[in-house]
Design a protein around this ligand. Sequence first.
Ligand code: PGA
Length: 259
Amino acid sequence: MRTPLCVGNWKMYGTLAEARPLATGVRDGLRRVKDVQVVLCPPFTALAAVGEIVAGSSLALGAQNCHPEPSGAYTGEVAPPMLAELGCRYVILGHSERRREMGESDELINRKVRSALTHGLTPILCVGETAEERRQGLTFTTVEGQLRAGLAEVAAEAMAGVVLAYEPVWAIGTGANATPAQAGEVHGYLRGLLSELSSKDVASSIRIVYGGSVKPENAEVLAAEGEIDGALVGGASLNAQAFVTIVKKTAHAGAVRGN
Ligand code: PGA
């Protein structure tokens, strides 16, 4: 079945002085852990250093964003081939902080998704409703719109190379996670849409991870829910011990689920 995936999204935290010991701590803490994939997404400036630390381990490197074009006159931007050159295999796209703070549209996110796939990066496409949208009963409408737009013009076979992250905006950085049932319901809905957009086989192979206040205390019950294939972790990924615990609990729940 689907191998669980845990992604550490360090956001704008991590000078080299902070990033090196954090990456080393995670790598060393996970030496003997099996049946789970782990991706560290430090800031751009720490990608090379973290890449050196995780080289030869089972940890993969990911970026938090990219530009849709492979090169060009885009001051301050970073292109997918530059990330691939540093050893990145994943890139987080459509995070709600970028949708909100940087005004990223579904159309721009879609261009980034297609470009990432072209350049050999696995997009981790984030979708999620705000508290107000949930209150108004618009959760499914919102995530459906983001999913359809984000994957527009992605060929059915290429969709197998995407990871989806359901991140309700109200759960990010608030300490209030979605319950396994709330997340499971949305994940199931998203998988149904994926099936419609690609095929049942492709849809059942795509990892849909949950993000929003995942911590050592709730990682296991979340990952035990059949539709939750792992975690996108913000705050708790900045503490090596906490993140290692989350990964171990996710792996354990995934193994139990698989049996
Ligand atoms: P959080 O962030 O774990 O701090 O809630 C998750 C995310 O934004 O990806």
